[in-house]
Ligand binder design. Sequence first.
Ligand SMILES: CC(C)(COP(=O)(O)OP(=O)(O)OC[C@H]1O[C@@H](n2cnc3c(N)ncnc32)[C@H](O)[C@@H]1OP(=O)(O)O)[C@@H](O)C(=O)NCCC(=O)NCCSC(=O)C[C@H](O)C(=O)O
Ligand code: MG
Length: 269
Amino acid sequence: MKRPRSVLFVPGDKPRAIAKARTLGADMIILDLEDAVAPEHKAQARDNICAALREGGFGVPVLVRLNGPGTAWEQEDQQAVLCEKPDGLVLPKVEEAGVPRSLTLGVPLWLMIETPRGVLAAPDLAAEQGVAGLIVGSNDLAHALRVRAAPQRSPLLYALSAVVLAARAYGKYVLDSVYNDVHDAEGFEQECRQGRELGFDGKTVIHPSQVEVARRIYGVSEADTRAALELLAAWDRGRADGLSITTLRGRMIEEMHVEAARAVLGEGG
Ligand SMILES: CC(C)(COP(=O)(O)OP(=O)(O)OC[C@H]1O[C@@H](n2cnc3c(N)ncnc32)[C@H](O)[C@@H]1OP(=O)(O)O)[C@@H](O)C(=O)NCCC(=O)NCCSC(=O)C[C@H](O)C(=O)O
Ligand SMILES: [Mg+2]
């Protein structure tokens, strides 16, 4: 599976949004049964999601976010997703490793880390078999931590990095949280850049206007490609001169930088 850069949440009770999701160019779609859907809409949302999975036509992996274990909707959600096999399941507010996940259907699991205990358990959760990736849910996390909104998400940085660290340690994907203000394009772009710097693979998004921005910022730019080519050329010159390591404009280049540059070219084409 290719690294998902822009992952769109779509409420299961909004059929127009589900239809539109097929056209927006997200790398992955999450049809939501959990927090985007009011209790009285859960049944309709399940029907909508089954119909959408049956109809297909998304062109990218489609996951379903279930309501958590212990909720009133657990059983019905399980039956509903059995209707058509989604490409993965998103489990919310996961906190404990090593417990049998009652419904896996043999599909990849994406675990939402959005509670203090979830953050503390992130390494063990990332290590679990069948887990494709971790997703930060910073709305729930900020609420549980009782932190306030602050520039650059400073109160959350420790937790964000802890989740990235856990995912990287076990070779899993890791996705940044959603940005709530769908009218604040500048703030969204800034948060995408910050997420990328922190090491996330991509961002979860909630509105059509956010899809392409996340794809671009998490993608490989022309400048990235040029820099990678330049680094590889410098490396090749150094090796031809018999050097074990070399420099480019005074900056040391070692094998891991070469590996990173090749990865950029592999993705950027
Ligand atoms: C955030 C919204 C509620 C904004 O809704 P609204 O103001 O109605 O949007 P627009 O009028 O601008 O919509 C324009 C058209 O775009 C379609 N649309 C909107 N959102 C989506 C979407 N997510 N996917 C596909 N299409 C979408 C509308 O249908 C309009 O189309 P049309 O009618 O044809 O013109 C709304 O965007 C929304 O509901 N977004 C998703 C919210 C969501 O899924 N939330 C749950 C996941 S995030 C979460 O739970 C947080 C996490 O767990 C945590 O703890 O942090
Ligand atoms: Mg949440």
